[in-house]
Design a protein around this ligand. Structure first.
Ligand code: NAP
Length: 258
């Protein structure tokens, strides 16, 4: 039986990158998928691809940092597909000028926090009532490896925002643990997506990153989407407040192999 049979899944930032691959995978596993993103053309293209493959999906334009958009995307999911069972807060940004502690401009800090941290909170704030109304469900919040380990190639606002996601998810997992909602955090390492490609374009930067990955390569979006599917489905039914690290071994390594 498909792992998300008859479930309604809302994925933010699903017009591209990991979210897009996850949307296709969730739909193939039987979910009716709401793609919420700021990029309308790519979001609609993702819906078309899912529909062509025989799945069910719909696009809603939503900026996760705005409370009215977060409320509207949840309302759209319920009105379009009749409920909400999976909330996958995936949207995130890493602007190039988010650099060291002294270098990051104040407005970059504010924007990163607004999307990466407040956006996840707003998704939960507006999504949890719909999950409860639908008889419970699963929240997958996206953090990052950098919530667990410091980097000498700093991205200070991004790191702080992802640390916030991790701490917040543990707390809301406990808060809702007896009300049928599980909430877990996914911590990807470097993954080959448009977000990462921009940074990897600098060969020196890329070399500094890759040397720390025991598996010697960045991950693929599908490898994160499969982990998200596990957290979203009943296969992880006794997991809540947990941190799933998918990083090619980075957090396990002291010295990487030659
Ligand atoms: P991506 O390829 O940039 O895709 C993210 C999508 O979210 C884009 O369509 C983006 O639109 C959209 N988005 C940006 N701001 C938004 C907002 N305010 N509201 C709604 N949608 C918004 O990113 P990704 O690499 O797949 O990353 C997905 C998640 O994994 C992020 O939370 C990221 O921090 C996390 N992550 C990624 C990596 C990695 O190596 N790629 C590693 C660890 C964690 P725009 O294109 O207009 O920005």
């Amino acid at each position: 039986m498909p792992r998300l049979d008859a479930k309604v899944a809302l994925i933010t930032g699903a017009a591209s990158g990991i979210g897009r691959v996850a949307a296709e995978l969730f739909a193939a596993e039987g979910a009716r998928v709401v793609i919420a993103d700021v990029v309308e053309a790519d979001g609609s293209a993702a819906v078309d691809a899912i529909t062509r493959a025989g799945g069910h999906a719909a696009f809603v334009r939503a900026d996760v940092s705005k409370t009215e958009d977060a409320a509207a995307m949840v309302r759209f999911a319920v009105e379009t597909f009749g409920g909400l069972h999976v909330l996958y807060n995936n949207a995130g940004i890493l602007p190039p000028d988010d650099a060291g502690t002294l270098a990051t401009p104040d407005d970059t800090w504010d924007r990163v926090m607004a999307v990466n941290l407040k956006g996840v909170w707003l998704g939960c704030k507006h999504g949890i009532p719909a999950l409860l109304e639908s008889g419970g469900g699963a929240i997958v919040n996206v953090s990052s490896l950098v919530a667990l380990m410091g980097s000498a190639v700093p991205q200070i606002a991004y790191t702080a925002s992802k640390g916030g996601v991790l701490a917040m998810t543990r707390e809301l997992a406990v808060e809702y643990s007896r009300r049928g909602i599980r909430a877990n955090t996914l911590c990807p390492g470097p993954i080959d997506t448009p977000l990462m490609a921009e940074l990897m374009a600098d060969p020196q930067w890329a070399a500094r990153r890759l040397v720390h990955i025991p598996m010697g390569r960045p991950g693929q979006a599908a490898e994160i989407a499969k982990a998200a599917l596990f957290l979203a489905s009943d296969e992880s039914s006794f997991m809540t407040g947990a941190t799933l690290v998918v990083d090619g071994g980075i957090t396990a390594a002291y010295v990487t192999p030659e």
